[in-house]
Design a protein around this ligand. Structure first.
Ligand SMILES: *Cc1c(COP(=O)(O)O)cnc(C)c1O
Length: 401
């Protein structure tokens, strides 16, 4: 068989040779720059998804590519059997940026969540005094924290969960945003509460005002850890470094990922309190690739971009503009979210999220539904006002038809 050349050729290859665990739009991308991508037929698309926030700085941000290239020419991998000259600097810079005390680097977001779960359990046994093997972690309904067997054990999405058991015990699920339910669920054996400050996959769900502060208070009263999963909401997406910053709330541990890798490679981390992360001793946890020199060099460049506050400000200002424009659209029932992040609820009688995504792609805008009738709009934070107009006008055509 000859090499693929056209869009249908590439899609046929994917269908034949890869597991069908995704249903992508029929677009085959070949290049990206800033907020734009180009497909194999030379068509250009505005990126209205940004890799689910992995591309907060756009495609191939020059400072990030330069950092990666520089490190590629020096040292790429050591394993943690040895020290390297990017590791401690990355950890210090990320801790200072996030106002935390210690960093545990990993690769994917799911790994960071797994690491936080393990840390919370260790803390429960060694510090809180929970009887061995009985620690509980409380999570919210409609959560999304990743795809490992432990994490899907506490998912409420049957697609994510069914047929993958037996499931990991030790998790309790309460309704998101319901502080009374959380209060009732906490016992002497509760190690932690694990929450997304805004639920991304669930449809960009913002909890009731004051909920996060109440979670903090309940955790303090009951000696329970508060773990914020900021893998999608963090790193400037909502107009603040961390989405919890809007609430004036600090978590005990944060999981970070997606944008931490600068859109170049998977880089994730748990950041948080020294008296929790410091419990890990050599041999108790690890990752061959976690904290590798290339990842750390890219992560340091990401931290440097975030330290200026420029992207947070862009997300705040342009996000307000995006939300105001989306709210004007006919065919939109609700717009949820914060900053350059919007869950656009399509009105009844309108196209499905999939149909709308297909029609947007034909108009040169790429985004994707989350849930049946919600479009998740999360452009790269380098997007301009004019580009937002281009995207919103395409949405106006698609949703009012
Ligand atoms: C994407 C995501 C994850 C999982 O990250 P992966 O890198 O896909 O493993 C976990 N939590 C949240 C909130 C996410 O958005």
């Amino acid at each position: 068989m000859s090499d693929a050349a056209t869009t249908p050729d590439f899609i046929a290859l994917d269908d034949r040779w890869s597991a069908h665990n995704y249903h992508p739009l029929p677009v085959v991308l070949a290049e990206g720059e800033g907020a734009w991508m180009t497909d194999v037929d030379g068509r250009r698309y505005l990126d209205f998804l940004a890799g689910y926030s992995a591309l907060n700085f756009g495609h191939r941000h020059p400072a990030l590519i330069a950092a990666a290239k520089d490190q590629l020419d020096r040292l790429t991998l050591t394993s943690r059997a040895f020290h390297h000259d990017q590791f401690g600097l990355f950890c210090r810079e990320l801790a200072e940026l996030t106002g935390t005390e210690m960093v545990l680097p990993a690769n994917s977001g799911a790994e960071a969540v797994e690491s936080a779960v393990k840390l919370a359990r260790k803390w429960a046994y060694q510090v809180k005094g929970v009887p061995d093997g009985t620690a509980e972690i409380i999570v919210a309904g409609s959560n999304f924290h990743g795809r490992t067997t432990t994490i899907i054990s506490f998912s409420t999405d049957s697609d994510a969960r069914d047929d993958f058991g037996p499931y990991t015990p030790g998790f309790k699920i309460v309704p998101y945003g319901d502080i009374d339910a959380l209060r009732l669920a906490i016992t002497d054996r509760t190690a932690a509460v694990l929450l997304e400050p805004i639920q991304g996959e669930a449809g960009v769900i913002v909890p009731p005002k004051g909920y996060m502060a109440e979670v903090r208070q309940v955790c303090d009263e009951t000696n329970t850890l508060f773990i914020a999963d900021e893998i999608q909401s963090g790193l400037a997406r909502t107009g603040a470094l961390l989405a919890l910053d809007h609430e004036g709330v600090r978590a005990d541990m944060y999981t970070l990922g997606k944008a931490l890798g600068g859109g170049i490679m998977p880089v994730s981390a748990v950041v948080g309190r020294r008296d929790i992360l410091g419990l890990l001793k050599p041999g108790e946890h690890g990752s061959t690739f976690g904290g590798n020199p290339l990842a750390c060099a890219i992560g340091r460049a990401v931290v440097k971009l975030l330290a200026t506050g420029e992207f947070q400000e862009r997300s705040r200002e342009l996000g307000a503009y995006l939300h105001s424009r989306l709210l004007e659209l006919d065919g939109v029932a609700e717009v949820r979210g914060r900053g350059l992040w919007a869950g656009v609820q399509i009105a009844e009688g309108g196209p499905s999220g999939w149909q709308a995504s297909m029609a947007l792609a034909e108009r040169g805008v790429l985004c994707k539904q989350t849930q049946e009738m919600t479009l998740r709009v999360a452009p790269p934070l380098v997007i301009t006002r004019e580009e937002i107009d281009f995207g919103v006008e395409a949405m106006a055509e698609v949703l009012t038809n």
